[in-house]
Design a protein around this ligand. Structure first.
Ligand code: DAK
Length: 259
């Protein structure tokens, strides 16, 4: 359990865990305490089959790294801050189960980078993405210059990092920064529904599919395909494969155990 005053709330909904970054007075900006709380929350995800990350309050997913806290950093402290943020975002990205960002407002700077570390991004109609660090005289420090390129392509990433301009929800979908805009109901509810849909599939298979995609990201195609073959073969060592295929052949719904 997270303590009540923690800036990150953890909620379990059957096989789904929802993490809410909850500092709405600062639009959920990431300071050291919030990053550490997120780090600790990631250790508590356990055997969840899917995770949803969202922001507390009405206006923001995460409005970036905490500018007030960053304003007085020395270069040594800035390096430590970036190391902490990158480590936590790497840990989030490497979670074995899919992670869905429910972007409910501003996802700027570190907030955009947080969404980029998630597998899937759903956007509320008021979602706003961007890497405005250059407006503050710095560059993205939590992976923005790297993951943004991989997700939207090199030239689009350059434009966003060089101009710092905001991207609204529809454009975010058009450039591949978000999967879709949720126009009915809350984006958190839509993300939770999608997480339940993922959780109903063969849990080991879903994890191995994520593993294959992550391992292949940036790798030579042949290396990626070799990894895929190995992980495909591994599926045949699972009870889920036997259950999934015999349920299909027996014309019944599978009862996966995640083993
Ligand atoms: N940090 C701290 N406080 C923030 C904040 C932030 N990023 N964003 C908003 N707030 C606070 C505001 O100061 C305000 O506090 P009070 O004045 O009420 O005490 C409160 O949240 C509400 O914000 P506003 O009054 O400004 O609300 P508006 O609706 O008028 O505007 C806004 C919303 C999101 C457009 C605006 O707040 C805004 O532009 N915020 C800053 C967005 C931004 O620039 N984000 C990128 C931050 S830079 C690195 C490590 C990390 C990074 C870089 C380098 N190294 C160590 C190498 C990452 C950098 C970033 O993420």
């Amino acid at each position: 359990m997270m303590d009540a005053a923690s800036p990150v709330r953890l909620e379990r909904l059957e096989h789904v865990v929802v993490l809410t970054l909850d500092r709405p007075k600062a639009l959920n900006a990431l300071d050291v305490a919030t990053l550490r709380a997120l780090d600790a929350a990631l250790d508590q995800v356990g055997d969840a089959r899917a995770v949803v990350v969202t922001g507390g309050g009405e206006k923001a997913f995460v409005a970036g790294a905490d500018i007030a806290a960053m304003s007085t950093l020395t270069p040594v402290e800035a390096a430590a801050f970036a190391t902490l943020g990158q480590r936590v975002f790497d840990k989030l990205e490497a979670l074995p189960m899919p992670v869905i960002a429910a972007v409910n407002g501003f996802a700027l700077g570190g907030g955009c980078e947080l969404a980029l570390a998630c597998d899937l991004v759903l956007a509320a109609p008021n979602a706003v993405f961007g890497q405005p660090e250059v407006k503050l005289g710095v560059i993205p420090g939590f992976g923005g210059t790297q993951r943004l390129v991989r997700r939207v392509g090199s030239m689009r990433a350059r434009e966003l990092c060089f101009t710092g301009r905001n991207v609204k929800a529809e454009e975010a979908v058009a450039i591949g920064l978000a999967l879709r805009v949720v126009t009915e109901g809350s984006v958190k509810d839509a993300a939770v529904a999608m997480a339940h849909q993922i959780a109903a599939q063969g849990p080991v298979a879903v994890r191995l599919a994520k593993r294959a995609i992550l391992d292949g990201d940036g790798a030579d195609l042949r290396v990626g395909l070799a990894g895929e073959r190995t992980l495909f073969a591994l599926c045949f060592a699972t009870a889920d494969q036997k259950e999934g295929m015999s349920a299909f052949l027996g014309k019944r719904a599978p009862a996966f155990t995640g083993s």
